[in-house]
Design a protein around this ligand. Structure first.
Ligand SMILES: [Zn+2]
Length: 324
């Protein structure tokens, strides 16, 4: 540190907009979450206003902590144009062509970076999580749906139409069960937490069991076991295709399903191994940041936007990166 007086605590603001909840945090100079706020993303049936209002509240919150925000990072699912700061399309949030960067910047008078949630999660895992030091890896958060961060040469690939990484809609069973996207046999029909809950409900005739309940029942309930086996097989098959196309050094799985640990990861590894005859599969690991990955990524993007440094290990003062 130089002798120049720095504004006390250059925090950044990080906002992760999900289908049901917006998670927001004031993130300190060392990567610690100084304070967190959440709000429903569908409040008053206006997700854009919900996002803007939480951002304003978050800035006021940071100032009340005596910390001056240097920038804000906002990440969303869907088709996100990071260059223009526009959310082109997010089905779950009913957003279309929303100039989020201009709106939030106008509200807060701060530098704003807008990003894609899965790509942001990939940035977090590469900086301090399960993919530290890797230039080529895949991160798949397995949630309501499945989108991937496809990191190639250190950059999360966005693609020609900003739709790269939509691996949830890879056909794993051509002509299989219908997906909400209009296709059939998509990966996320079988291997997302939402898809598993729906398939289990159809088999047993009652809804309400989430992926955690299905995991708990695998040992005793043949319906749970069948849904579980289909999920891990579908994911292993999809990962084989991705491995052949991209040759990642590692595959990182996030979301609640990955929290099930070996019960989920082992059969996925077996299915991936079984689908590849002539080459070794990449290691499959669990995300280090779990549900916080996208938010940490948003904080990292905000720091870069503000010209602040992001050393390796930043964002995870309480995490020890796993051994390679
Ligand atoms: Zn689909």
């Amino acid at each position: 540190m130089s002798g120049v007086i720095q504004p006390e605590g250059r925090c950044v603001l990080a906002v992760d907009v999900g289908g049901t909840t917006i998670k927001a945090a004031v993130v300190g100079e060392d990567g610690r979450f100084l304070s967190s706020l959440t709000a429903p993303s569908q409040a008053d049936d206006d997700p854009v206003e919900a996002i803007r209002s939480l951002c304003r509240e978050l800035r006021a919150h940071a100032l009340s902590l005596g910390s001056t925000p240097a920038a804000i990072g906002v990440v969303t699912p869907g088709l996100v144009d990071e260059r223009d700061g526009v959310v082109r399309y997010a089905a779950n949030l009913r957003l279309r062509d929303v100039p989020l960067r201009a709106l939030v910047s106008g509200d807060l008078g701060l530098p704003v970076v807008v990003g894609h949630d899965a790509r942001a999660a990939g940035i977090a895992e590469a900086t301090a999580g399960a993919a530290v030091g890797l230039d080529n890896f895949l991160l798949l958060p397995l949630g309501t749906g499945i989108a991937a961060a496809v990191v190639v040469h250190g950059v999360p690939v966005a693609g020609a139409t900003r739709a790269a990484g939509e691996v949830g809609h890879m056909p794993v069973y051509p002509g299989g069960e219908p997906c909400s996207c209009g296709q059939r046999g998509c990966l996320e029909v079988y291997a997302s937490a939402g898809g598993m809950a729906r398939r289990y409900a159809r088999r047993v005739g009652t809804s309400g069991a989430d992926s955690q309940a299905i995991a708990d029942a695998v040992a005793t309930d043949p319906h749970a076991r069948a849904v579980w086996n289909d999920a891990t097989q579908a994911l292993g098959t999809a990962l084989a295709t991705l491995t052949l196309a991209l040759d990642p050094a590692r595959v990182v799985l996030g979301g609640g399903l990955a929290e099930a640990g070996a019960l989920f990861l082992d059969p996925v590894r077996e299915a991936l191994h079984g689908a590849l005859a002539w080459r070794n599969p990449p290691p499959v690991l669990r995300s280090a940041f779990g549900a916080q990955a996208a938010q940490v990524g948003a904080a990292i993007m905000a720091r870069r936007k503000a010209g602040l440094s992001v050393p390796d290990g930043w964002g995870a003062p309480d995490l020890v990166p796993p051994a390679a």
